[in-house]
Design a protein around this ligand. Structure first.
Ligand SMILES: Cc1cc2nc3c(=O)[nH]c(=O)nc-3n(C[C@H](O)[C@H](O)[C@H](O)COP(=O)(O)OP(=O)(O)OC[C@H]3O[C@@H](n4cnc5c(N)ncnc54)[C@H](O)[C@@H]3O)c2cc1C
Length: 225
């Protein structure tokens, strides 16, 4: 493998710190301290203890893994992070929202990604809805765009007997609108990003005022212009 062919992968749970008392409470997960082995659903995670941060980094280097997205199952979220979130909620939120946070026994982490496809038709295969485009929540367009994709697909198949040609027609009908929705969601959501380019910072300023959030969230009028 050449250096240019480095790998990106999703690492699930490997980086989670081992909290024995918590692991004991999770079905099908065992931790063998002596062997340094974490077993999940009968599968022992690598021989190299990659769930230890320093070992994981070394293992990634060895395997030429350039990037890893890390997802952590809820019981393994660091307790300190949860305590910090609860303290922030007390400090920053209104009473109703504080109450909701208090009632959540086990918070989850939900990463938000943009998914944008350059094509929706590939020969006799079409993708639609979230399989093709996933926009940040601000536009609240997920259901309506999936339904519009489905309706456009039906119309294209009814109008054109040749399936690949019909799917191309479907793509032509939907690609632009879906791309606009993703772009709009990126603009509206820029203020929540952990890191921002200069352009995103400028957009964040425009869309993060209370008035703008109320007027712009879950509104698809921009598609008419
Ligand atoms: C927490 C949350 C809140 C949201 N709030 C809103 C909102 O307020 N407004 C809005 O418009 N949108 C909202 N969305 C987005 C919206 O739910 C999605 O955009 C929409 O459901 C996408 O529709 P879809 O048909 O493309 O995919 P889905 O609704 O995800 O349907 C895909 C279906 O395929 C099934 N499936 C997957 N793999 C297989 C397989 N191998 N074999 C068979 N079946 C399979 C799944 O079980 C699922 O039923 C929200 C999403 C989330 C997660």
């Amino acid at each position: 493998m050449s250096d240019s062919e480095r790998i990106a992968l999703d690492i699930h749970a490997h980086l989670a710190p081992v909290l024995k008392d918590r692991l004991d409470a999770i079905a099908s997960v065992t931790w063998d301290e002596a062997a340094g082995a974490l077993t999940i659903d009968g599968y022992t995670l690598a021989a190299k203890s990659v769930y230890r941060p320093e070992a994981l980094v070394a293992w990634m280097d060895e395997q030429r893994i350039e990037r890893a997205w890390i997802s952590i199952p809820p019981p393994l979220i660091r307790r300190a992070a949860i305590a910090e979130m609860r303290a922030d909620a007390e400090r920053l939120l209104g009473p109703q929202f504080r109450q909701i946070v208090k009632l959540i026994e086990e918070p989850i982490l939900q990463p938000i990604y943009d998914l944008e496809s350059p094509h929706m038709a590939f020969g006799r295969v079409a993708i639609l809805g979230d399989a093709a485009f996933v926009a940040r929540p601000h536009v609240a367009a997920g259901v309506s765009k999936a339904a519009d994709d489905a309706a456009a697909l039906v119309q294209a198949l009814e109008a054109e007997p040749d399936v690949p040609a019909a799917l191309k027609r479907y793509e032509a009908a939907r690609l632009r609108e879906n791309t606009l929705i993703i772009e709009r969601a990126r603009h509206l959501g820029a203020y929540l990003q952990a890191t921002q380019t200069q352009e995103e910072r400028a957009r964040a300023g425009l869309h993060s005022t209370a008035g703008a959030v109320i007027a712009e969230t879950a509104v698809l009028d921009f598609l008419r212009t």
